[in-house]
Design a protein around this ligand. Structure first.
Ligand code: DAH
Length: 361
């Protein structure tokens, strides 16, 4: 019997355990298994198999009591050494696996700043902006160009040059926002008519989309709203030209041929002055309860008329040689009618569910 073999008589049976060989075997097996471990579950399984209550090392440790007492310390030492080695190896492997896990996660979550942007799905044009663009395009197709003017105006362009007398109610503190330095927020886009005449002279064909301001606030009036002004100056222009132009516009914007009617009206800057109505886009006058036309069957679309000679003069144009027509319409109102809305305020409340229904870019 070689001296590495520790043995003892037990119940007449010789128990022979080669502790060194056994520990070497277990160690080999352990490291082969450890190498294969891929995650914390595998590690736990290995730990139980080698160090658990019924594990390899534990049962060997238990068997020490069967060997020769003089050999027990050495055997115990060997086994404890192996146990510690295994514990350490498991701990290190656990750390290595964890490290690898975090590294992988970091790589997967990494942002590649060299990639092109994916773009954003959200965002779109406001319904009023869409209508504004559509209306401008219709008049552009008839040869009108777009002109702009300041939103902070002076009394001359907003009122005086437009033949609006000093006592006119539009100048009232109730209607107009005045600045502290004597200017005002334009109450309509009409001042750009005179600015454009002065800048470009005649003949002239412009449309002016933009924001205007009045001291109003109710379901159908907002303190800021949008208008589109139109002005055509040339020789021998008649009301028939004005009507033809406006009817062509109405048919395109509402996408079908609608009945129209004109009512005599008054604006200081036009003579004669008219108001144009189109048949109700919702009920064509067939529904006395219609919430769009309020049962009247008609919708007011624009104020218009033949440009007053005083306005031409203020714009530096000779009324003996030139005449023309002008109109002004509320774009928010056109948008309301086009989309079948009865409360203007939805345009200004910023409710995304409503706004995102619009065209996406
Ligand atoms: N400026 C007018 C308003 O704000 C609208 C208007 C009416 C403009 C007749 C015009 C026009 O050019 O001819 O109520």
């Amino acid at each position: 019997m070689n001296d590495k073999v520790i043995s003892r008589e037990k119940w007449g049976v010789a128990v022979v355990i080669d502790i060194e060989r056994k520990t070497a075997e277990i160690k080999d097996l352990f490291f082969t298994e450890l190498k294969k471990a891929k995650g914390p579950e595998d590690l736990e399984e290995i730990r139980v198999r080698f160090l658990g209550k019924k594990g390899n090392i534990t049962s060997l440790l238990k068997s020490i009591k069967n060997i020769d007492p003089s050999e027990r310390p050495k055997a115990g030492q060997l086994l404890n050494q192996l146990k510690e080695e295994i514990e350490l190896a498991i701990r290190q492997k656990r750390e290595a696996l964890l490290e690898a896990f975090y590294q992988k996660e970091e790589e997967e979550d990494a942002i590649d700043v060299t990639l092109p942007p994916r773009g954003r799905k959200w965002g779109g044009f406001h319904p009023v902006a869409q209508v504004m663009e559509e209306v401008v395009e219709i008049f552009a197709s008839m040869g009108f160009t777009v002109a702009y003017g300041p939103e902070i105006e002076n009394d001359f362009y907003n009122f005086e040059a437009l033949n609006i007398p000093p006592h006119h109610p539009a100048r009232d503190m109730q209607d107009t926002f005045y600045t502290t330095n004597g200017l005002l927020l334009r109450t309509h886009t009409s001042p750009v008519e005179v600015r454009a005449m002065r800048q470009m002279g005649a003949p002239l064909r412009i449309v002016v989309p933009g924001k205007v301001y009045r001291r109003d606030n109710d379901p159908t009036h907002s303190p800021m709203f949008h208008q589109l002004e139109g002005l055509l100056i040339d020789e021998d222009i008649s009301v028939a030209d004005l009507k033809g132009c406006m009817e062509a516009f109405a048919n395109i914007i509402f996408e079908r041929s609608l009945k129209v009617r004109y009512r005599a009206s008054y604006f200081p800057f036009t003579e004669p002055s008219l108001e144009m109505d189109v048949e109700c886009v919702a009920c064509s006058g067939k529904n006395p309860e219609c919430r769009i036309c309020k049962g009247t069957g008609w919708l007011e679309i624009a104020g218009m008329g033949m440009t007053h000679p005083n306005v031409l003069r203020a714009g530096g144009i000779d009324p003996q040689k030139y005449n023309g027509f002008a109109w002004g319409m509320g774009l928010d109102r056109i948008a309301m009618l086009k989309y079948g809305l009865d409360d203007l305020r939805v345009f200004f409340e910023g409710d995304l569910a409503f706004l995102i229904g619009g065209r996406q870019e």
